[in-house]
Design a binder for this molecule. Sequence first.
Ligand SMILES: NC(=O)c1ccc[n+]([C@@H]2O[C@H](COP(=O)([O-])OP(=O)(O)OC[C@H]3O[C@@H](n4cnc5c(N)ncnc54)[C@H](OP(=O)(O)O)[C@@H]3O)[C@@H](O)[C@H]2O)c1
Length: 228
Amino acid sequence: MPHKRPFVFINAAMSADGKIATIERRQTRISGSLDFDRMDELRASSDAVMVGIGTVLSDNPSLTVKSQMRREKRRAEGRDENPVRIVVDSMARTPADADIFKKGAGKKIIAVTEMAPKEKVKQLAQNAEIIVSGETKVDLEKLLSELRARGISRMMVEGGATLNWGLVSMGLVDEIYTFVGNTIIGGKTAPTLVDGEGFTSDFCKLSLISCERLEDGVLVRWKVSGAL
Ligand SMILES: NC(=O)c1ccc[n+]([C@@H]2O[C@H](COP(=O)([O-])OP(=O)(O)OC[C@H]3O[C@@H](n4cnc5c(N)ncnc54)[C@H](OP(=O)(O)O)[C@@H]3O)[C@@H](O)[C@H]2O)c1
């Protein structure tokens, strides 16, 4: 039976108290150069990288592969030097001058809903493929099946907290990598690895694949039980 969606994994860096950014939702350096390099390798090994619009508006990431050697390797394999960069963005709020458009070659996809303002969608369509999925909030299950149909079989999710919840709560994540750094950020409104509404029962269970020391932190790799 053909796969209905790509293999999906989340990668995130979090503080010792589980925060992935500050109370101002500002990105802060949690991990060191070894973890950055590990993350770059994961990106380079993926067909696509996905983020939520909250992350684009807070951090404006380029989501490009940083190592020239890895980019060349991808090209030698006949692939674009960067994975497809995907933004989950119901109302097409992605700025037209976002770094994903300005930095690095390769395809971009903006996933919007039927409610997204037509003018904004038209503008984004000049630089990206638009996938319309869902009425008011992006239908992630449908989106993932559209992505699989476009040949994306391995997808890395780089946050943030709300998109992580959307995917985890729907059983659409296979593995989670977390680098836990030696910092406490604190603050009850600072985003954590998974926010959203939260489970009240039937919690999402994980099984440990590996755990290793990396610089002054710990890299933990989990398999998500019961992924669909
Ligand atoms: N440390 C790390 O590894 C790391 C990595 C990435 C991000 N971050 C941090 O995370 C924070 C951003 O997280 P965030 O929670 O604010 O935003 P986010 O998860 O990046 O984006 C969430 C947004 O995606 C859109 N969305 C559309 N359909 C959705 C669906 N079905 N499920 C979930 N979301 C959907 C919603 O906005 P619309 O309704 O407008 O579409 C939602 O508010 C920033 O502070 C950033 O610095 C940290």
